[in-house]
Design a binder for this molecule. Sequence first.
Ligand code: NAG
Ligand code: NAG
Ligand code: NAG
Ligand code: NAG
Length: 420
Amino acid sequence: FKQSRKDDIWLVDFYAPWCGHCKKLEPIWNEVGIEMKNMGSPVKVGKMDATSYASLAAEFGVRGYPTIKLLKGDLAYNYRGPRTKDDIIDFAHRVSGALIRPLPSKQMFEHVQRRHRVFFVYVGGESPLKEKYVDAASELIVYSYFFAASEDVVPESVVLREVPAVLVFKDDTYFIYDEFEDGDLESWITRERFQNYLTVDGFLLYELGDTGKLVVIAVIDEKNTSIEHTRLKSVIQEVAQDYKAHFRRDFHFGHMDGNEYINSLLMDELTVPTVVVLNTSNQQYFLLDRQIENASDMVRFIDNILNGTVEAQGGDSILQRLKRIMFDARTTVVSIFKSSPLMGCFLFGLPLGVISIMCYGIYSADTDGGYMEEQYEISKSEMEGQDFMEESREQQEPSDGEPVMPPMHEPKDALEKKKD
Ligand SMILES: *[C@@H]1O[C@H](CO)[C@@H](O)[C@H](O)[C@H]1NC(C)=O
Ligand SMILES: *[C@@H]1O[C@H](CO)[C@@H](O)[C@H](O)[C@H]1NC(C)=O
Ligand SMILES: *[C@@H]1O[C@H](CO)[C@@H](O)[C@H](O)[C@H]1NC(C)=O
Ligand SMILES: *[C@@H]1O[C@H](CO)[C@@H](O)[C@H](O)[C@H]1NC(C)=O
């Protein structure tokens, strides 16, 4: 593989035999392989046990499992999207093909418009802007499609003030890159590569972090057809559509099915349906203590966030990080008990038992000798006396050589193991 891999374009799944996500991917991966072959794709699909070929995997920078990479010549592109057949195949097509795809005719343009919900187009001849466009595309081809067209191919509805230009087509409209307002082309593309309204999941939320925008999320139960759930979703959709021009620089909109992910992100218990506005750049969020009634109500809430009238919660301060540690520990304990109560009793009951016995021991020592009070005396001789008391107490401990262990260690180790 090492010698001949540069003769072909490869799509490789680096997996580990023991990893659960890899096992989940396996049937999907087989389908990807079959479909790519049936389509006559030049991309070869393979998989490699990264634990058996650890040094090769390390060469490709594989750190987690499964890692999906497209290898093209000297370049390796990471796949970061959802692990579904269609998404993976789309990625392979996009990255294995031309970096900048020419659009030679109006028909081609319309075809692309029907097929892709978000795509970028460079309009014009050779220019410094085109060089920047090519540079940006070589980084961002993993996320989006990049085309080039001449002015006469672009639909009549598009008004170009000057050529060359870079445009993004999405949400039934287009936006033109403006070097002075939008800054660097690559970061503009990073911000604009998402549709305005999205079906949000944990993965997408993480990706949206790159944009630095705020995300307005309707947290609903998609299976619940009651009016509260459907109305909230349509209110957000309405605001996303009608206030595109007003909010699109600062906001994305969407809905999320279920509150599980968002609960763990916010370390809170949200009752669905509700609206959360999340600042992706600093983990702060905004909640409303009442239901959103209609679109103008929602717009007022967003305006209040923008002018600082609504107080932000969360964030990434030290206090929040401590809270996160406590929260994670609690969820781990709860999940251990949920998945296996017996195991939970053993893991936490045993140390608790030991602690109880020790407390009992201390308590009896306390009432017997009363040395606990003496601890507060500063006299040196008494301190020594107390040491002596403690030593004698230790000798009374069970004689199997088990030292007085710091009682908190065992549950903590167990937690860490569970987390690993
Ligand atoms: C649907 O949501 C409403 C309002 O939140 C709730 O009262 C109702 O119990 C839910 N129905 C189901 C089937 O979950
Ligand atoms: C979101 O977070 C960024 C980074 O901390 C901050 O500059 C910005 O003002 C925040 N936005 C809002 C609306 O709070
Ligand atoms: C929207 O909801 C607000 C608050 O409940 C209410 O005052 C307002 O009249 C509503 N607007 C429309 C157009 O229904
Ligand atoms: C913030 O915006 C809201 C709604 O537009 C307005 O009612 C409020 O007075 C504003 N507050 C400040 C401090 O500007």
